[in-house]
Design a protein around this ligand. Sequence first.
Ligand code: GTP
Ligand code: MG
Length: 180
Amino acid sequence: MEMPRRALLKVIVLGDSGVGKTSLMNQYVYKKFSQQYKATIGADFVTKEVQIDDKLVTLQIWDTAGQERFQSLGSAFYRGADCCVLVYDVNIQKSFEILNNWHKEFVKQADPVDPEAFPFILFGNKIDVDGGSSRVVSEKTAREWCASRGDIPYFETSAKEGYNVHEAFLCVAKMALAGE
Ligand code: GTP
Ligand code: MG
């Protein structure tokens, strides 16, 4: 009998400070959410096993600091990534506009063989806030940005409610595996 193939996949999560990167990972891996904000310093990873078809995949998810003064990771850190998750807060315009910078910075640092084909994915987080009434970036606008970047998959999430978090990370796992 053939043993399931194993794979270790490196995922990097990027986005402005406070958009909910750490919260999304905590919800996904530990099913926990905290209202309290504690800025990530540098970077740290968690692992999560995911079954995809006949493969047991280990996602190594790297949570990074959005605050500029804590960013000093260097290109060695980004290299070998199998997927890059970009996160913005649907209630904060700047967190969306700055996605271009995060995208560009990742391509520069990770230096993938074919940047056009590299698996990026976008999460629009905090859709629960004020029942959606304080939202400033529409789903349409986000999807247009994704389309202009070579059809990046897009998920709207709430780390607080746990909404769409599993679905979004499952897509991450599938993309990372496909590109491996
Ligand atoms: P840095 O580590 O500084 O880069 O920030 P981060 O992107 O990791 O953000 P973090 O996960 O620490 O969340 C920032 C704040 O937003 C915290 O107070 C969280 O409780 C809150 N938060 C995160 N996700 C959500 C969400 O989906 N909904 C709501 N209402 N609040 C959220
Ligand atoms: Mg953080």
